[in-house]
Design a protein around this ligand. Structure first.
Ligand SMILES: Nc1ncnc2c1ncn2[C@@H]1O[C@H](COP(=O)(O)OP(=O)(O)OP(=O)(O)O)[C@@H](O)[C@H]1O
Ligand SMILES: [Mg+2]
Length: 364
């Protein structure tokens, strides 16, 4: 394969970015550093500023304060065409009257690249995304996934140093999305191309990205690997955004030399080094960390026990997710689904057990 980008991979650094649309403060003091060759995701709810941040890196938006670097170069004042980044837009923006080949070669023709070189590069990139056989079709004669690959090929052919993808999979059906995100990850690995991927879908971010920045209301909440964010969320927003979280509100109280968490019907002694300061606090734990039984458990000092009643049940294939009312709390509990095991029914009285070291205490 002659497609080359390894030498070109460049990191991206943002320093103190503040961007306003009129009075609306859309990006608030954003600083982050993306490594060369890294697959990085911006994850957050609708309207939090993901597209704006991506457009800022591409050069389509200007911030009122802050700097953008690509590699070591300060590109803050450079227009998009001088930044050497490629952006795939959410709606692909393919030219309907042009063939696949023409859609891909157009950018190089505009740049007056010699004809033989265009042909070589276009063939190589079409082969890369497995579209050579469809090169003479028009976009309307392609499936959604194939159109997505044309948009990608058209961006890759100009050999950008950074690839920017704005929700590239959101037009595809669920099955194709899963297939395409895997292909995207494989392609990115093959090319070692610095890639920034915008999504509001945590599963998509988890399965593709090396690291994720979780964004809410224009503020970066936390940056980390998918597992770090899931296991050690820094705040309740991150805990809730990455999967289902059980949250019990309460207070940390100093008890002699020890600390304990006191919530409604729950007291948890806190061991370990990361004890939060006394004051209001939430105890957070995941549904799969609760063990559910119809009979009672033997009490263990390292565990917390709840008793309650099943009020709801969802069958998700590999797991069954129960909602259990325990005192004033409604807790989500995941249990692997096994064919030979009878599920619990609504109304069943149950006991839940949770190891205290599975709990994260968060201050907001
Ligand atoms: N050109 C613009 N002028 C004024 N406000 C804008 C403009 N573009 C975006 N906004 C506002 O800025 C905020 C961030 O928008 P942005 O498109 O970056 O969100 P997003 O995170 O990409 O959301 P989504 O997931 O829905 O695509 C929103 O409140 C939006 O209404
Ligand atoms: Mg967007």
């Amino acid at each position: 394969m002659s497609y080359e980008s390894r030498e070109q991979a460049a990191g991206v650094t943002l320093e103190g970015i503040n961007l306003y649309f009129g009075k609306l403060h859309v990006l608030k003091n954003i600083s982050l550093s993306i490594e060369p060759g890294e697959f990085f995701a911006f994850l957050g709810p609708s309207g939090c500023g993901k597209t704006t941040l991506l457009r800022l890196i591409a050069g389509f938006e200007r911030a009122q304060a802050g700097k953008v670097y690509i590699g070591k170069k300060d590109v803050t004042d450079l227009p998009p065409w001088k930044r050497n980044v490629g952006m795939v837009f959410q709606n692909y923006a393919l030219w309907p009257h042009m063939t696949v080949r023409k859609n891909v070669s157009f950018g190089l023709e505009e740049k007056k690249v010699p004809r033989e070189e265009i042909e070589k590069r276009v063939n190589s990139v079409l082969e890369l995304v497995d579209l050579l056989e469809l090169a003479d079709r028009r976009p309307s004669q392609l499936s959604g996934g194939q159109q997505q690959r044309v948009a990608l090929a058209r961006t890759l052919v100009v050999q950008p140093r950074v690839l920017l993808l704005d929700e590239p999979l959101s037009n595809l059906d669920a099955k194709l999305r899963v297939q395409m995100r895997r292909e995207l990850r494989e392609l990115q690995q093959k090319l070692s191309l610095t890639t920034i991927f915008v999504t509001h879908d945590q599963e998509e971010a988890n399965t593709t990205a090396d690291r994720i920045a979780v964004i809410n209301r224009g503020i970066i909440q936390q940056i980390g690997s998918p597992m770090e964010l899931y296991d050690q969320p820094k705040n309740l927003f991150v805990a809730n955004f990455l999967g289902v979280a059980n949250i019990i509100k309460g207070e940390i109280i100093k008890d002699g030399n020890m600390f304990k968490f006191v919530g409604d019907d729950v007291v948890i002694s806190i061991r370990g080094e990361n004890t939060p300061e006394p004051g209001p606090c939430s105890a957070v734990f995941r549904p799969q960390n609760l063990v559910i039984r119809k009979d009672t458990f033997e009490e263990k000092p390292s565990s917390i026990t709840f008793t309650g009643k099943v009020i709801h049940r969802e069958f998700l294939g590999n797991i069954i997710r129960y909602s259990v009312r325990a005192g004033s709390h409604v807790l989500s509990v995941d249990k692997p689904h096994l064919r030979e095991e009878k599920p619990l029914e609504i109304g069943h009285l149950v006991t839940l057990q949770l190891k205290s070291d599975q709990i994260v205490f968060l201050k907001d």
